[in-house]
Structure formats: C-alpha cells, structure tokens
Design a protein around this ligand. Structure first.
Ligand code: ATP
Length: 638
C-alpha cells in the first residue's frame, strides 16, 4: 500500500441512481447480461491497450498476452472478472464509474412514469453497461491500474449500489482491472463453474480476446495393480471461448444466434438486432463490414451530435469506437464493425476526416445499409414497418444529406395518406404511383402541424372530390425532406398548399370552361376584396381546390411554405413576414353573399373574416385572435 492511503466517498450522479433502480427491475429476468457486459468491457480494455501499444510498446510491461479471467471464490462468494487491458486511473474510474457521460440522459430519466412495468420497457433504449453488475451483486469492488503507471498508482472503487461509492489509492502490481462481484445470496448459481462456462461459451466465443477459467489439476491415476495410467496434472488456466473475431469468419459458418450475441457485445443492447448485413470485399478495396439495424431506437436518437458510427479495425486490430466517418448522420442508428486493410494502423480521426479511402468506405457502407433496408421492405414488410416506426424520421434526413442516393432513400420512405384516414405511415411512393388515376402525373402532398390539420385541411377538398390521393405530412423533418426531394420516378412533387393549382388533364373540358366563366364574372369582386384587404395579401384570386370551405390562403410558387417558416423561426432564424395569396371559392354561399354587398364597412368586415378563417386553418393561429373573435361576434349579431 502506498503511504498516503486516500479514501474519498463520492455520490453517484442522480441519473446513475435512476439507472440502477430501473435496471434492477427491468433486467431481473435477463440477469445473465451482467456477465456479457463485464466481459465486453474487459475485452474492450484489451483492444484499447493493443491499439495504444502500437505506438508505445512498453505499455505491455513484458506481458503482451491479453486475456480476461473469471475467478470464483466459493468462500467469499465472489466472482471476479479480471483483465490485463488498459486499466483506469483514479480520475478515470471516478468519471467512468460514477456518471453517465451521454448528453440527454437527464431528460430521458425525467420521463420515467414510476410505473415499473412501463418503465422497464425503456431500458431497451439505454445501453446496459457496467452498472448491470448490481443486478446480481450487493457490493462491487473494482481494482484497477492504468497501463504504463507504477504499481502504487492503483485505485480501488467500491459501492453497494445505494447512492455512493468510495475510491481509495492502492498498490496494484498487475496492470488492468479486476471487477469483484460480491454475489447476493439469491445469485449463488453464478458460483457454479459449469454454469459459468456455458454462459461464457454463449456470450464470448466471438470476442477476439481469450477468456480463461481455472481448471484444477488431476491427481495421478492408477489401475487395480497400482500401475500409473495417467500422470498427475497441474491446475492451469483454460481458454473457454473460441476467441475468433466473428466478422472474420465465413457467413455460412455463423448462426443467427451468434450474430445476435455479437450485436449485443458491440452495442450494449440487450435485445436482438432487427437485421444485419455481413460482407467481405476483396480486390480494389479490401474490407469486411458487419452492419446491424437495431430493433429499438436509443433514447438519444434525435441528438445529431451524439456519438455514433462503427467500430473501426485495421487488419483486425481495434482502432476506435464510434468512427462516424463511415456512416452518414441519417444512418446514425446503425451499429457495427468495419475492418479494412486499406488504412494505416496509425490512422487517427483527423486523418480519417479528409481521406479518399474513408469516403469510398462510407459510400460502400451506406449502400449496404440501404440495400439491406430495401430487401427488408420488399420481403418482410411488417418487419420494415417496425423499422420505420423507430427510425423513419431519421431516414427522412437522408435526401438532404446524401444527394447521390436520394432516389433510393425516397423509395424507402413511408407516408400517411388522404386515402386512409389514419396517421399510420404505411404508403410508399411506389404504392402511390401505382394507384394514380390516368392523367395524374404529379405526386401531391401536404405539410401541416399535426395529422389532424393535414387530414382536415381545406386544401384537400378538391382532391378528395376527384379521388386523388394526397400524402399527409406533419413531422418537423417533413418540410426539410420535401425541400430536398423534387421528384421520384420522374414524377414531380407538388405541395397542395403552394402556387396555382393545376390539375392538368385531371380536369375535364366542361369544368375548365365553367372556371373561365367564373373568373370573368367575378373579376370585379376580386378587385374589391383586394382593395378592402390592401397590403395584407399578395393577391386575391378564385380557387377550384375548395368545395365546402369559402376561402383558403396559399403561398406563392417560389415562396416558403408555412411549415418551413415555422421550422426556421423555431431554429432561431429571422424570417421576414410573408404575404399570402387569398383564394375564394366561387361556389360557396358566403362568397356569393359577399358579391351582393355594397362597398363599405360590412363588405370590409366580411372580406377580413374570410382571410382570417383561412389563415387560422392554414397557420393554426392568428396575429390578433381577439380582433377576429370580436369581428365574428359583430357579424353574428348583424
Ligand atoms: N474493465 C475495464 N477496463 C477499463 N475501463 C473500463 C472497464 N470497464 C469499464 N471501463 C470504463 O468505464 C466506462 C463505462 O463503462 P460502461 O460499461 O458503463 O459503459 P460503456 O462501455 O461506455 O458503454 P455503454 O454505455 O454503451 O454500455 C467504459 O467506457 C470504460 O471507459
């Protein structure tokens, strides 16, 4: 022990306490996961040391055989997971085993309802990690010493999982970390050597570092006559996993179960992945990729800054976690491994930034994921629908970010539709096109604040009447998406709330003629309304998109849509006040009534009311709601 043994007590971050609580309740029926998590951490520590030692060979301290050992102590009732990996310093241990470093964690725990059954579902959105040790242990002691540090720089971390932990300086001659679990009385099954071997076999075969357990020696064996049949053997550490990195094996030799185990190892998810794609490429480019799509979105999916990306290996040597350079942001949910021979072993994040090989690999990996999704959508539509529910809104960022693949991404999008009267996003663009009536050559859509606002928008009236399907959109990202999608399969996208409505061949000659006549007859009325409203509107014209509503407002062809304005304002950008075009429905009684009114106060009030109610329906609010209410009341009493 060093002279000044310094023990400090630290409180866990509030979120850690909440996680511990949640985990104890949620994962009890799945409690073996603690072993996978702790062995994964130990294997990661070995990987990290191997990488650091590439440039600093003396870190091995003459012990380059990296391994993880499981040690049972029947008397003390402890199970120890011991590694000779990178280890942790005092600061690191306080930091890593006392807090959760992900941003947004607080908000995540803030939404817990207190209802254990409901909350336990949420653990799936959160990585399990080290803290799972407390599912089976009522006390955990961690002894660690960072590689390259003298023996007296060891540190002991200890906690009973109740809210605080202690940290003490210790002497630790061997490099690496021992996690000692003081098993609860009810968890003594994990002291059973055979039970442990079978769990480890299942969880760790594919981890590239050896996992070892102690095998007792055998005494000398003799036959009846006392002749020695087998010499005595000494006890030894025995490797219990295959220790071949899974992605290096041939696809045909890997079972689905093994793929799933590996997924859990790299993702810290405790549920199965939804699907994966494993590819070995030789030739010009040489790489292996194993990419997984999770079944559930993590809690921080919408934080675009959150770390994501692949585990990067170069010639099977682990280089870094979260190499985001190989996965575009709109595919940030993908987990996996990329192992390449085309990058140098001393590659850094900076080198990756601006690198031709990186760009090629990123393109290749993106393609793999898109093809995987395409196949799923085609062959297993229900499964794809599950994917869409979890990750659809992220995929919608794709056309803006990945211009070259936008047609393929557009093919994967799913929308709600005016045909369905439901907010379920199930309609693909291919479905839409297939259902188009003869004469329709455009894809019509509407963006609004909510499903109800989109579905009940007056702008849809004429489309409903004519049986033309309109795609309904109301997610924040939709406006952004549509500003980057011009066409699909040669068909142009048209917002039903923007510009002059031209249904082209969908309108018959008779209707067109009637419209022309109305235009001529009502020209004076339009003039008068424009004069009454003055600068409040850009233009007043007749509309044929309405059937049961008297008026609507539309943005000019090249103006920003209402949703885009809202999006930009909410992002803190200044957007100048935009003037709309007021459209009047010539068939509607109120418009007919307006025509009969003489110029004067009443005419002005009615014109104003028709504008305000149209703005209310389109924008969901008014600048001066009180004036609107007063006006309605005045007109009601007239
Ligand atoms: N055996 C170990 N050796 C060295 N460092 C370790 C070891 N175990 C844990 N750590 C450190 O503690 C950190 C936190 O571990 P924890 O398992 O809670 O989360 P994680 O591995 O980062 O992943 P996730 O949050 O996705 O579960 C690790 O990132 C690592 O830096």
């Amino acid at each position: 022990m060093s002279d000044a043994v310094q023990t400090e007590t630290h409180g866990f971050q509030t979120e850690v306490k909440q996680l511990l609580n949640l985990m104890a309740h949620s994962l009890y029926s799945n409690k073996e996961v603690f072993l996978r998590e702790l062995v994964s951490n130990a294997a990661d520590a070995a990987d990290k040391l191997r990488f650091k030692a590439l440039s600093q060979g003396d870190l091995y301290e003459n012990d380059g055989d990296l391994r993880v050992r499981l040690i049972l102590d029947q008397d003390k009732k402890t199970l120890t997971i011991s590694d000779n990996g990178i280890g942790m310093s005092r600061e690191e241990i306080i930091d890593h085993l006392g807090t959760i470093a992900k941003s947004g964690t607080k908000a995540f725990f803030g939404q817990l309802s207190g209802d254990q059954a409901k909350d336990s579902q949420l653990i799936g959105q959160f990585g399990v990690g080290f803290y799972s040790a407390f599912i089976v242990a009522d006390k955990v002691t961690v002894l660690s010493r960072a590689a390259g540090q003298p023996a007296d720089q060891g540190v002991q971390w200890e906690s009973d999982g109740d809210g605080s932990f202690t940290v003490t300086d210790i002497n630790k001659p061997s490099r690496g970390t021992d996690v000692i679990l003081h098993l609860r009385d009810s968890e003594q099954e994990f002291l059973d050597d055979w039970r442990l071997r079978s769990i480890i076999g299942k969880y760790s075969d594919h981890i590239s570092v050896a996992v070892e357990m102690w095998k007792d020696g055998e005494p000398e064996q003799t036959d009846e006559e006392g002749k020695v049949t087998a010499a005595a053997t000494e006890g030894e550490w025995e490797q219990v996993n295959k220790a071949t990195a899974l992605w290096t094996r041939s696809k045909n030799d890997i079972s689905d179960e093994e793929y799933q185990e590996f997924y859990k190892h790299i993702s810290h998810d405790w549920q199965d992945a939804l699907d994966w794609s494993h590819n070995k490429v030789e030739g010009n480019q040489e790489y292996t990729s194993l990419l997984y799509v999770p079944a559930k979105a993590p809690f921080d999916l919408y934080n675009r800054e959150q770390s994501h990306g692949l585990k990067l290996y170069v010639q099977r040597v682990f280089i870094m976690d979260d190499a985001e350079q190989f996965m575009p942001t709109y595919l940030r949910f993908v987990k996996g491994v990329l192992d390449t021979n085309d990058l140098p072993l001393n590659v850094s994040r900076e080198i990756l930034q601006d690198n031709k090989v990186t760009a090629q690999l990123r393109k290749a990996c993106s393609k793999r994921v898109l093809s995987l999704l395409e196949k799923m959508a085609k062959n297993e539509p229900e499964k794809y629908q599950g994917f869409w529910t979890e990750f659809g809104n992220v995929l919608k960022e794709g056309p803006a970010e990945d211009y070259s693949n936008r047609e393929q991404i557009a093919g994967l999008l799913r929308f709600a539709s005016s045909n369905n009267d439901s907010d379920a996003q199930t309609v693909s663009l291919a479905d839409y096109i297939e259902r188009m009536p003869e004469g329709q050559d455009k894809i019509y859509y509407i963006t609004a604040d909510s499903f109800a606002a989109a579905n009940h928008s007056p702008h849809l009236e004429i489309f409903r009447k004519k049986g033309i399907e309109v795609l309904l959109m109301w997610e924040r990202v939709d406006e952004w998406l549509m500003s980057h999608l011009n066409e699909f399969d040669g068909k142009q996208f048209v917002s039903v709330t923007k510009g002059e409505l031209d249904l082209g061949e969908l309108d018959d000659e008779e209707t067109k003629k009637a419209q022309e006549e109305a235009k001529e007859a009502l020209a004076p009325l339009l003039e008068r309304v424009k004069t009454a409203l003055g600068d409040e509107v850009k233009e007043v014209r007749l509309t044929h998109r309405l059937t049961s509503t008297p008026s609507c407002v539309v943005a000019g062809e090249h103006d920003m849509s209402t949703q885009m304005i809202k999006l930009m304002r909410s992002a803190g950008q200044e957007v100048p006040e935009q003037k709309y075009i007021l459209e009047l429905n010539p068939e509607h009684t109120l418009v007919k009534k307006l025509e009969t009114l003489e110029a004067g106060e009443q005419f002005n009030e009615w014109s104003q009311l028709l504008l305000e109610q149209a703005q209310l329906a389109e924008q969901g609010g008014l600048k001066d709601p009180a004036a609107f209410v007063a006006r309605v009341n005045r007109l009601l009493l007239d």
